[in-house]
Design a protein around this ligand. Structure first.
Ligand SMILES: Cc1ncc(C[n+]2csc(CCOP(=O)(O)OP(=O)(O)O)c2C)c(N)n1
Ligand code: SF4
Ligand SMILES: [Mg+2]
Length: 270
């Protein structure tokens, strides 16, 4: 029920609603056990994780997926998902995933890491895994900050981007240039599928799911290493208003880390 408070029409949350809530339909993906999470409002990571579990379920891989998580805000989802999850040390998820896949080649193995975890703390792990052409899928949630520890600069932060320790924006002379990981990985012979996408609007979320699906298909066909970089909003770490974050992603982050399919070996084989 709406009430008037300080001249505004607001929902009355002081007492229970007159009618109980009614479930119109259950849109919860089958691999989501617990629908609520403690991440910030407007965070892009829950959207990206949902796209991944939907892709896994739609490919019929529900019963044979093993995920390897890095350390960041997204790690909280290891408690929400009905997927076997292994926790890696910072940056080491691709190596752990390699071991899992070699021991259990029948499984679908997917890593979930942040930009801090993957590019700052474990860059060599993902590069060597790609170069070896391991049949695993690595996913990087790229928000350009160490979100969980307070919004500091990472190796992917774009020039001019404001972070906790670059309050005047990243400056190449002081902080160097961003690493564009998808572009780097694509040069490695063992990489069979490389794509970059984002979750800042419905169209991009749909494309993200298609890229994740294609990456998992590449893995299951044994074609080589697959990599999906997903640009995600971090309004808290970016120190901007929650509602401004999707547009900021588009104009600032995606202008440098440009979305699209960078490499698709299966498609080029015809
Ligand atoms: C060896 C080690 N160094 C530092 C930390 C602290 N730490 C925990 S999460 C995190 C940030 C991770 O950033 P990112 O991977 O980008 O994930 P996000 O939180 O942005 O999603 C850091 C530095 C740690 N846990 N272990
Ligand atoms: S700090 Fe950033 S990445 Fe972490 S939950 Fe909040 S918005 Fe998401
Ligand atoms: Mg991050």
């Amino acid at each position: 029920m709406l009430i008037e408070r300080e001249g505004l029409q607001v929902i009355d949350t002081d007492r229970p609603p007159a009618e109980p809530a009614r479930l119109v339909d259950d849109f919860t993906p089958e691999l989501v056990d617990v629908g609520t999470h403690g991440l910030c409002p407007g965070c892009g990571e829950p959207i990206a994780v949902r796209a991944a579990v939907e892709a896994i379920a739609e490919l019929g891989l529900t019963q044979r997926t093993i995920a390897v998580f890095g350390i960041g805000c997204y790690t909280a989802f290891s408690n929400n998902l009905d997927v076997e999850v292994l926790q890696a040390l910072h940056g080491r998820a691709p190596s752990l995933a390699t071991g899992v896949k070699r021991a259990r080649p029948d499984t679908a193995v997917i890593t979930v890491q942040g930009d801090g975890d993957m590019v700052n703390e474990g860059l060599q792990e993902v590069l060597h895994t790609a170069a070896r052409g391991e049949s695993v899928t690595c996913v990087m949630l790229n928000n350009g900050v160490f979100g969980e520890t307070g919004g500091h600069l990472t190796a992917t932060t774009v020039l001019g981007q404001r972070t906790k320790n670059t309050l005047d924006g990243r400056d190449a002379r002081e902080h160097g240039y961003p690493i564009l990981l998808a572009d780097l990985i694509t040069q490695l012979e063992g990489a069979a599928y490389v794509a970059r996408c984002s979750v800042n609007d419905a169209g991009h979320v749909a494309r993200t799911k298609r890229h994740l699906t294609r990456a998992l298909e590449t893995q299951m066909q044994g074609a080589g290493f697959s990599f999906v970089e997903i640009l995600t909003m971090c309004p808290t770490g970016w120190f901007i208003d929650t509602l401004e974050a999707p547009a900021y992603l588009e104009s600032t982050v995606a202008a440098v880390h440009i979305p699209g399919v960078v490499k698709d070996v299966l498609a080029s084989r015809g």
